[in-house]
Write a protein that binds this ligand. Structure first.
Ligand code: ATR
Length: 295
């Protein structure tokens, strides 16, 4: 018979099976999450393994089940990225209030045979804006561009800034109006409109791009005058160099501009906290942002 310590399944310390985590997506090879969570684990002294998992477009639920029933180590949780966040929402047995509001799940916890679904995207965006960028939108005017899944996921966090106005603008105006009306019962009712209708609006203090236009390298058909002089323009997308939206914001006069790399690290830190009960320190998170920016 094998000594349990030699098999890596011993009861204590380093010989205990590793807790396992994964990120599911398609594609997933580009994901920075394995690098981010490995750095968080090192910084907090947590023993875990985190791996990318490519799920077939028609096989997300099956891929998650396979991961959970894997015999190596103990599957504790997962992140979910495009295009599976809505499917992850449906797969979960229980959902947190913030996942219910977002209608999407980016963080799964596996507990006692059940799947819990959470969403850390809004919290990640809020922390990046308020702490890393030290920007306050309280009492200001916020413009959210886009009305798809990414936009829905951050509306609640934007309302929590207590702005004076939240406008949701989309290429398809009906979709913007529908998203706005889904939050009509909140303390501040957002307004939805098409891009052209922005021409009649006063300038905005915070402008968030949640469309996927930057992915296609396209600029948005925005009227002049939407960026207030001291405004922050924030693109949920990130990539090498300036995104098309941030170039547009620079030309439009936005004093401050940020891409979604900070949000990426902060939503990961929030997932890590949900799983491990430990939040990587600000210095760790920021040095990771710099490292990711350089690679
Ligand atoms: P995601 O999960 O990234 O939000 P999505 O739900 O497909 O993806 O939503 C994509 C968003 O980007 C939508 O708001 C879409 O606008 P439409 O509803 O009018 O299609 C927006 N979008 C995508 N490409 C765009 C482009 N080239 N110009 C403007 N908006 C664009």
């Amino acid at each position: 018979m094998k000594n349990p310590r030699q098999t890596g399944h011993g009861p204590r310390g380093a010989s205990r099976p590793l807790d396992r985590y994964a990120v599911f997506g398609n594609p997933v090879a580009h994901s920075r999450s394995p690098q981010i969570h490995a750095a968080f684990a090192r910084a907090t002294g947590e023993r875990l393994r985190y791996e990318p998992r490519l799920a077939p477009l028609d096989g997300f639920a099956e891929a998650v089940r396979q991961f959970i029933s894997g015999r190596e180590g103990c599957a504790k949780g997962a992140n979910v990225t495009a295009p599976f966040k809505e499917e992850a929402f449906r797969l979960a047995d229980e959902r947190t209030p913030r996942a219910l509001v977002a209608g999407a799940v980016n963080t799964l916890c596996f507990q006692d045979g059940r799947i819990l679904g959470d969403n850390t995207d809004g919290a990640g965006l809020a922390r990046d804006i308020t702490e890393n960028l030290a920007f306050s939108a309280a009492g200001g005017r916020i413009l959210l561009l886009g009305a798809g899944g990414a936009a829905r996921g951050v509306v609640e966090a934007l309302l929590a800034f207590s702005p004076a106005a939240l406008v949701i603008a989309n290429r398809g105006a009906d979709k913007a109006k529908a998203l706005a009306s889904a939050f009509a019962g909140e303390r501040l009712a957002p307004r939805g409109m098409g891009f052209a209708a922005l021409a009649g609006e006063p300038a905005f203090d915070l402008v968030i791009n949640a469309t996927s236009a930057s992915l296609a390298g396209e600029a948005l058909p925005l009227p002049d005058g939407i960026f207030a002089a001291e405004s922050l323009a924030y693109d949920l997308m990130y990539g090498k160099g300036e995104t098309p939206f941030l170039a547009q914001a620079r030309k439009g006069g936005a004093a401050r501009r940020a891409d979604g790399l900070g949000m990426l690290v902060e939503q990961a830190a929030e997932s890590f906290f949900v799983w491990r009960g430990k939040r990587p320190e600000a210095a760790t998170r920021r040095s990771l942002m710099r490292q990711l920016r350089d690679t």
